[in-house]
Ligand binder design. Structure first.
Ligand SMILES: NC(=O)c1ccc[n+]([C@@H]2O[C@H](COP(=O)([O-])OP(=O)(O)OC[C@H]3O[C@@H](n4cnc5c(N)ncnc54)[C@H](O)[C@@H]3O)[C@@H](O)[C@H]2O)c1
Length: 253
């Protein structure tokens, strides 16, 4: 049997990069997929590729910062597939490496809204369904910046630490109801997010990349998607509340 046979998975930010790869990886293991993103072209492309694999997939245009959109995402999932088994909170943005002295309110608020509030909104909305079923799995996309202090800008680092904290809180408080919540902390994975950074804070970039020479190699989207598969599947059934560093030992130095 496939590892996610007939499971229903919502993956936010799956119109691109890591989220798209998770959608394809889950689909190949038998899951039905909800592609939730605010980029319509990205949604259509991912859904098309999933359909070509023979997967049942729907796309929902969602801004994860918007409560109504989150409700729509969950309602449309239940309408299409009857339930939800897995929520992957992957949508996220960078802060262009803005260091503390240079952080703008605009960037701070946007990063917190998407990377933190968006995760909270998704979790809050699926929990009643998971509680009713007595089962459910959440996979949050944190970052190595959620486990270390100096590898991103202020807002991004703070936001990903919040994701790590939410992951532990959910595991601790809802584990007894058979709900698992784990996270992944990737280092550097080339995607549109890392390739298209604009208005980079020169000082912030310089200080955040001091240790890059100790990073053995960047990772790939499929290496991260494989971790997301493990964390969503029964193979990780005894793991709850963990953020797994995916950095080939970079943070072990
Ligand atoms: N690429 C890396 O090196 C790296 C490292 C650590 C963590 N991450 C995390 O991985 C996740 C995915 O990043 P990626 O590199 O694949 O980036 P990406 O830019 O390729 O993909 C992110 C997707 O999220 C969507 N998105 C952004 N804001 C949204 C919103 N408000 N509502 C709905 N969708 C939204 C975008 O449209 C895009 O499709 C992010 O949370 C990021 O912080 C990435």
């Amino acid at each position: 049997m496939a590892r996610l046979e007939n499971k229903v998975a919502i993956i936010t930010g799956s119109g691109s990069g890591i989220g798209k790869e998770i959608a394809i990886t889950y689909a190949k293991e038998g899951a039905n997929i909800v592609v939730a993103d605010f980029n319509e072209a990205g949604i259509q492309q991912t859904v098309k590729e999933l359909n070509e694999l023979g997967t049942k997939a729907i796309g929902v245009k969602v801004d994860v910062t918007n409560e109504e959109d989150i409700s729509k995402m969950v309602d449309e999932t239940v309408k299409a597939f009857g339930t939800i088994d897995i929520l992957v909170n992957n949508a996220g943005i960078s802060d262009n490496m803005q260091a503390a002295a240079n952080v703008t309110d605009d960037v701070w608020e946007r990063v917190m809204n998407i990377n933190v509030n968006g995760v909270m909104r998704g979790i809050r909305k699926v929990l009643p369904i998971f509680l009713e079923k007595g089962a459910g799995t959440i996979v949050n996309m944190a970052s190595i910046s959620g486990l270390t202090g100096g590898r991103g800008g202020l807002a991004y680092t703070a936001s990903k630490h919040a994701v790590v904290g939410m992951t532990k809180n959910i595991a601790s408080q809802y584990g007894p109801q058979n709900i698992r919540c784990n996270a992944i902390g990737p280092a550097h994975i080339p995607t549109p997010l890392t390739e298209n950074m604009a208005n980079i804070d020169t000082f912030g970039m310089e200080v955040a990349t001091r240790g890059v020479n100790t990073m053995v190699k960047p990772g790939t989207t499929s290496e991260i998607a494989n971790i997301a598969l493990f964390l969503a599947s029964e193979e990780s059934s005894y793991i709850n509340g963990v953020t797994l560093a995916a950095d080939f030992g970079w943070s072990a130095y």
